[in-house]
Design a protein. Structure first.
Length: 157
């Protein structure tokens, strides 16, 4: 009986750890909210809604986001270079903290949004390798990042 309880407890801890590790990143909802409010963001908002992976604005689809460079495309690198990630994550943590008051959550969300919007705006001013301004691509409703096509799967043996 004692061994069964130990196994059950161990399974519960493992399940919790796996579910925590698999949590979605917090940035895409902030990005969508920002562009939904932006008068020039209507087209990119529609494009984002059609994406199956909400991370493709900044990440190369299928790339390992835990590897060095986080699988970022060129726009994602521009945002990353301008985002105060630790501050953003600290503010985001408050927005989901059950012990935080509604006022604390609202203030933290505003701060997190300000940090991300600042990084997005700086990145929008930059040009990609083709010389196109990221902000112009976004206004046109085009995903700004250069996402190379996925490599073909190796042939089956």
């Amino acid at each position: 009986m004692k061994r069964s309880l130990t196994l059950l407890a161990g399974s519960a801890v493992t399940l919790f750890a796996v579910s925590t590790a698999m949590a979605l990143p917090p940035i895409p909802p902030y990005v969508a909210e920002h562009y939904a409010k932006d008068p020039n963001g209507a087209k990119i908002t529609e494009t984002l809604k059609m994406q199956t992976g909400k991370c493709a604005m900044c990440h190369i689809p299928g790339a390992d986001k835990k590897a060095k460079g986080h699988g970022l495309n060129d726009f994602g690198k521009a945002v990353h270079d301008n985002l105060k990630h630790k501050l953003f994550m600290a503010e985001h943590a408050i927005t989901i903290d059950e012990k935080a008051t509604a006022e604390q959550k609202a203030a933290a969300k505003t701060k997190a949004m300000d940090l991300l919007v600042g990084a997005l705006k700086k990145a929008e001013e930059l040009k990609n390798a083709d010389g196109k301004v990221f902000g112009d691509l976004i206004k046109a409703g085009t995903m700004p990042g250069n996402n190379p096509p996925a490599a073909p799967a190796p042939p089956a043996k």
